[in-house]
Each structure stands twice: as C-alpha cells, then as structure tokens.
Write a protein that binds this ligand. Sequence first.
Ligand code: DC
Length: 226
Amino acid sequence: MKKLVVTIDGPAGSGKSTTARFVAARLGYTYLDTGAMYRAMTVKALRNGIDPGNEHLLAEMARRTDITVETHPDGTRVFTDGEDVTDRLRGADVTRASSPVSAVKAVRERMVELQRRVGAAGGIVAEGRDMGSVVFPDADVKVYLEAGLGCRAERRKKELEAAGMPVDLDRVRNDIRARDVFDSSREHSPLVVPEGAVVIDTTDLTIEEQVTGVLDEVRKKTGART
Ligand code: DC
C-alpha cells in the first residue's frame, strides 16, 4: 500500500506530539517532530552566545548547521552537527528563544530542506506549525489540532513535571500565550490552519480519541483498516 504523508499542525500544548507519535507507531511510519528541530537549532544559537533577535548571525549559523533526527523505541533523539542535544531541548530558556529563532527566514529555509528530505519517500507523520501549509502542501492527510489555553497550559505543566522540571501554571500559561501570538503573527510561515486540513479540538478528548480521530482521516484516504 502507498505510504502516505500525514501532517499534524497546531499551537503549543494542542496534543500534536503525543498524537503524532502514537499515529506513527500505529501506521509503522516515521514520526518527525519539527519543533524539536527548531529547538535543536536554538540550543546551538544559545550556546554560541547568539542573541535570538540577531537575524543575520542566526541565518549564517543555520546555513552551516545540520540537524538530524533518529527514532528509537524509547523516543526521538535529535542531533546538531552530530552531537546529541535531546536532553537540552525542553529547558525554559530554549523554549522561550525557539519562537524568535524559528521566525528567521533562513532558519526556516534550512529546516524545510532538511524536513522534505526526511519526507521524500512518504510513510511519515510530520508534526509542527507549517507542515501542511508550507513543507508538505500536497500531504495526503492534513490535521490541525487545537485546544483551549487553560487545557494546553495544564498539559504542558504535567509534561514538564514528568520530566523533572516543576513549573508554575500561570507562568506556563503566559509563556504559551506569548508563543501563540509570536508564532501566529510572524512574517514567514505563520501558524495557520492549512488549506484542506481537518480541524480537531482536543480540549475534551483523551489521547486515544485524538489518535483515533487522525487514524479515521487516514482510513478515509486509504479505505483500509489501520
Ligand atoms: O512544538 P514546539 O513547542 O516544540 O516548537 C518549538 C518552537 O518551534 C515553536 O515556538 C515554534 C517553532 N516551530 C515552527 O516555527 N515550525 C514548526 N514546524 C515547528 C515548530
């Protein structure tokens, strides 16, 4: 059977990562976490002392940087120029700086190139902010997940706590709101509902229901059981 390209876009905390991971596992497809790729680029920028607002230096750095992603049974590992930076990706400093870094045109151009390379053969579930709109506009299945701000903040808080990073709920809510505004209003590839995407509100859904919702869309395309 033809291997599809499935895209899942949406704002922070909408359930993209968890849903995409499970859907990919169910289909036997590659899971591509593109937010992690932008975060990996951000780790390098911070490490090199580059201000996240310095477009010129970020553009230069991005053109010389290789980001690769490996999927393992226990999760995804992300490499910047061959170095495993996975354990740094979820830090609050990286989260905050990832928005301005990802707004830089040359950073996005480099990422799109790397992401299309991974998706070229199909059999991929790609998750991010511009998967269905820019990177894979001809994707077979496009999904946009959304959820209320309060619910998204609660989810992110739980995730961070589970990773040993306790946080204040108000702070998480404010950070998410700020990133939403930034990611949706930037000039290059802003977060939008891609043309042809099915919108699923995950506020009151369990993870299993979210996964089933996406698999239903895949099934409609293939006419097969998944
Ligand atoms: O999904 P995330 O929180 O890991 O994403 C981190 C940042 O990367 C987010 O603020 C916006 C950016 N991003 C993007 O611009 N385009 C993508 N396809 C994925 C993430």
